[in-house]
Design a protein around this ligand. Structure first.
Ligand SMILES: Cc1ncc(C[n+]2csc(CCOP(=O)(O)OP(=O)(O)O)c2C)c(N)n1
Ligand SMILES: [Mg+2]
Length: 405
């Protein structure tokens, strides 16, 4: 059977019986795809099919929309604090514009349960979106990012060292390069224990030029590790375009060279990201090894902090004094904002008849208020004490030396 026929058979076998608008649309596209078979190569049809998420319940779709909104309003509220509140100490590498990537990937993971069974996420210097998508407690994360003693990590971690192992968010890391290696070590441990857990690393396009990128993929393939490498290609590392340090248009093609199944998805569309992640998770749990997902996306703020941003407005269009070498074109930012992950996920809900538009908008107001409350609570918390700064750096007590072999 040709690939395309197999796809169509699979789609019809799995078509749910309910007559919701979502299923009607799916069926209509399925018929359209069948008609186009004669004229198009199989992969084009497969790509069209990625717009549908056959195993996502309405509840899960709403949940993903809510997660995207939580990440977005955490960012906007924090940016406004940075721009207007002189007492505020926190900072961030903002993730606005990329929310659908963390959300779609984490929605395909196991996020509740005992530590030995949940999937683990490794992040780097732009971690707060990944943390929220994995399910960390937002008020304590907000407190952590403003150095509060009751913060998630006692106020000593701040943005680049947030972590909450209880939900499988192993943490952030300020260095560009090592996160994939650390995640692959974790995936190796999972395999050695015979667990069906999955390790996920989120890394930027900037990681391509680090040796860790290449050794991670090589080892992951050689050892068939349950590793999902999510490359968030937002086109820039700090102020340099990724093509200055990478010869490939699609970074995924570099992963394919290591013998790893690799896909490129639209990182603004949460359903496309989810579909790719779900396939990758299924493969890893079945012992079939690693997957590389490149999500094409864009960040709305500048690399770090809120230079060039204005209180109450999304994105940074103004001057960034840190951008000493190059500026990204404003036109590019405006073009990407036309394909906003919040708008896209809302349109999916409305289009598929899952929520009325007004209900979706009301949900956004609710989440905005929830996040404001989280900030109000966090900013009233006590600050961490400088004299406690070296706590938890060294193990306390005696540690017995061990030798292997
Ligand atoms: C080893 C190392 N070199 C340089 C830096 C400075 N630095 C911080 S973020 C960054 C760029 C990262 O770009 P990318 O991986 O594309 O992630 P993005 O910021 O776009 O999310 C650099 C060079 C660093 N943190 N670590
Ligand atoms: Mg980047």
């Amino acid at each position: 059977m040709k690939d395309i026929d197999r796809n169509l058979v699979r789609m019809s076998e799995e078509a749910p019986s309910s007559d919701s608008r979502r299923n009607f649309l799916k069926l209509a596209a399925f018929t359209g795809a069948a008609v186009s078979v004669a004229r198009r190569p199989a992969f084009a049809v497969q790509k069209e099919m990625t717009f549908f998420a056959k195993d996502l319940s309405d509840e899960k779709l709403i949940d993903m929309y809510r997660t995207i909104l939580k990440i977005r309003w955490h960012e906007r509220t924090q940016a406004d604090e940075m721009l207007t509140n002189t007492e505020y100490r926190g900072y961030n590498h903002f993730y606005a514009g990329q929310e659908a990537v963390a959300t779609g990937v984490c929605a395909a993971l196991r996020n509740d349960g005992p530590f030995e069974q949940i999937d683990l996420v490794y992040s780097s210097h732009r971690p707060s979106g990944h943390a929220i998508a994995k399910g960390v407690d937002i008020p304590t994360m907000v407190a952590e990012m403003d150095f509060r003693a009751t913060g998630m990590n006692g106020g000593y971690g701040a943005e680049m060292h947030i972590s909450d192992p209880s939900v499988g968010f192993i943490g952030a890391d300020g260095m560009i390069g090592p996160a994939p290696v650390i995640a692959s070590g974790s995936a190796f441990a999972m395999r050695a224990r015979g667990s069906d857990q999955v390790a996920v690393v989120f890394a930027g396009d900037g990681n391509y030029a680090a040796p860790h990128f290449h050794s991670t993929l090589n080892n992951a393939r050689l050892l068939d590790l349950p590793l999902i490498y999510v490359c968030e290609n937002n086109l820039y590392h700090q102020y340099a375009h990724y093509r200055l340090s990478c010869p490939h248009d699609d970074i995924a093609s570099a992963a394919a060279a290591y013998g790893i199944p690799a896909v490129t998805v639209d990182g603004q569309d949460v359903v496309q990201v989810y579909n790719a992640a779900k396939d990758a998770v299924d493969r890893a749990r079945a012992g079939e090894g690693p997957t590389f997902i490149e999500a094409k996306t864009y960040r709305y703020y500048n690399h770090w902090g809120a230079p060039g941003a204005e209180a109450g407005k999304l994105g940074a269009f103004g001057y960034d004094p840190l951008a000493i070498t190059s500026f990204r074109p404003e036109r590019e930012l405006r073009a990407w904002m036309q394909r906003d992950p919040v708008d896209i996920s809302r349109a999916i809900l409305v289009d598929w008849g899952v929520l009325e538009e007004q209900a979706a908008l009301d949900m956004e107001d609710e989440i905005k208020a929830e996040i404001r409350e989280a900030f109000d609570w966090a900013l009233a918390q006590p600050l961490c004490k400088p004299e406690d700064g070296l706590k938890h750096v060294f193990a306390e007590g005696a540690v017995a030396a061990r030798q292997f072999g």
